[in-house]
Write a protein that binds this ligand. Structure first.
Ligand code: ADP
Ligand code: MG
Length: 458
């Protein structure tokens, strides 16, 4: 079946994104319409049914570009099974599920969304696969859905908006995401290194016009790698710690890969069921790799969960240095990307657009490995973390349990606060945690020293 056929589209030169345009369409009234044009230039427009019930000429938002196209035809076929079987019969079994997707996706919503697709053809079934296959995670509350392309968040808004609000502390659908990558605004004198063993800040970035790791094809993935590896040689111009070289995973020996994993410099094989079900293990190890800073304090991962992951880290408690290197890198990479005719996926409401809704906004995870054997056993530990907006993980990464009282403590939020604010939460929060750990060492009662909850900005 062909769901929709765009007969003609007109986009006038000079129009800004978000401005309305009109096109003639032959399709049924309740459909959502998509257009795909001029793939050779990576330019496309997408169209969504307007609020109004006008049928025929339908106003749509112009997302990108300002070129002139006319008489464009496009067909997005959907699989036969979507016609042969009732949507309700296809609805996943959520009886054992505990992730945001399963909480938000109602049968009615699924019925509405099942035969939609993004301009690249990403469907709701693809978006929710990771959450269907992984009903509950042992250590964290996962989102349970992935984006395949930039438009996923808009096309499946009915599901993604409530999931985003659930995961991000009620983030409102009209909030403007602040961004601040000015490292001089961070106030901190360093962590107590008796407790804090290492500090790290990472983010992800997606390159506009290329599908994300859950859905990209091999060529798109290779294009990302080509861009990252070509930038690699220039990064030293921005900060001496960024200078390094690119290593392709497919050319690494098993031993070299292990060595880098053990140094926390390289991502693991896609053993995580979250990644596998999310489509991110496809074609492994093709087009994956790492830019390794010479000092091993800066890395860029190509094609792990996101097109790029930018990581600044060092084996001490100096978060200020880590954050400075991080900010310089994010900004420098943006400059390099633009030189190559690309840009990051970004919009005002969602900030930086990434493959997992948990990372939208800043994409920042600023964290430390902290030794807190006493506080982590305290009955109020969870409450303290939530009040400080911190998340705990094991030191081997998100799928590992903590051992020996050493935890990865990082900001819980990525959206609603700026980069500087979130890193500041981690600095202040971890200082507070260390203070409470010391109090417990001195056998003091901490029950009246539980920090107050950080309020949301809305
Ligand atoms: P992320 O999604 O932020 O990259 P993961 O939990 O997937 O984090 O872990 C990725 C890798 O980064 C793992 O090897 C983990 O041990 C390492 N890592 C995370 N935080 C720190 C830290 N503060 N210091 C050193 N290594 C870290
Ligand atoms: Mg990860």
């Amino acid at each position: 079946m062909v769901r929709e056929r765009v007969k003609q589209m007109v986009c006038v030169e000079g129009w800004e994104p978000q401005e309305q345009m009109e096109y003639a369409i032959e399709a049924k009234k309740d459909a959502v319409y998509y257009i795909r044009v001029d793939e050779s230039q990576n330019e496309y427009y997408w169209a969504r049914e307007a609020e109004s019930n006008i049928f025929g000429w339908i106003p749509v938002k112009c997302m990108k570009g300002n070129k002139k196209y006319a008489n464009v035809e496009s067909e997005i076929p959907v699989r036969d099974a979507y016609n042969s079987f009732d949507e309700a019969f296809d609805f996943p079994d959520f009886s054992k599920s505990n992730n945001w997707m399963s909480k938000c996706l109602t049968k009615e919503m699924y019925i509405k969304l099942r035969d939609r697709a993004t301009p690249n053809g990403y469907t709701i079934d693809e978006a929710i696969q990771t959450g269907v296959d992984n009903p509950a995670h042992p250590y964290i509350m996962t989102v349970g859905a992935t984006a395949g392309d930039e438009e996923t968040y808009e096309v499946f808004k009915e599901l993604f908006d409530p999931m985003i609000a659930g995961r991000h502390n009620g983030y409102p659908a009209d909030f403007v995401q602040p961004t601040c990558l000015d490292h001089t605004q961070l106030n901190h004198d360093g962590f107590d290194e008796k407790y804090v063993l290492s500090s790290r800040v990472r983010t992800g970035r997606s390159i506009r016009g290329l599908c994300m790791p859950p859905y990209c094809n091999r060529a798109e993935r290779r294009k990302v790698e080509e861009i990252v590896s070509s930038m690699s040689a220039n990064l030293g111009e921005y900060h001496e710690d960024l200078a390094g070289h690119y290593e392709k995973l497919s050319e690494m020996t098993e031993e070299r890969h292990e060595e880098l994993i053990n140094k926390h410099l390289m991502f693991d094989k896609p053993v995580s069921p979250l990644l596998r079900s999310g489509g991110m293990a496809r074609d492994w190890p093709d087009a994956r790799g790492v830019h390794l800073g010479d000092n091993e304090t800066f890395i860029i991962w190509a094609n792990e969960e996101d097109h790029v992951r930018i990581v600044s880290m060092q084996k001490d408690g100096n978060m200020k240095d880590v954050f400075e290197r991080f900010c310089v890198a994010c900004n420098g990479m943006e400059t390099e990307l633009k030189k190559r005719g690309y840009e990051y996926m970004h919009n005002e409401h969602l900030g930086y657009v990434l493959a997992c809704p948990s990372n939208l906004g800043t994409g920042i995870r600023a964290g430390v490995h902290a030794k807190i054997p006493l506080l982590s056993q305290h009955p109020k530990f969870e409450e303290i973390l939530i009040n400080l907006r911190l998340q705990k993980r094991g030191v081997g990464g998100v799928d590992t349990a903590a051992e020996g009282g050493i935890f990865d403590l990082s900001n819980l939020d990525r959206l609603g606060f700026s980069e500087v604010q979130l890193v500041q939460f981690v600095c202040d929060g971890v200082d507070k945690i260390v203070e409470l750990e010391k109090a417990l060492e001195a056998e003091e009662d901490i029950s009246d020293r539980i920090p107050e909850a950080i309020q949301t900005p809305w």
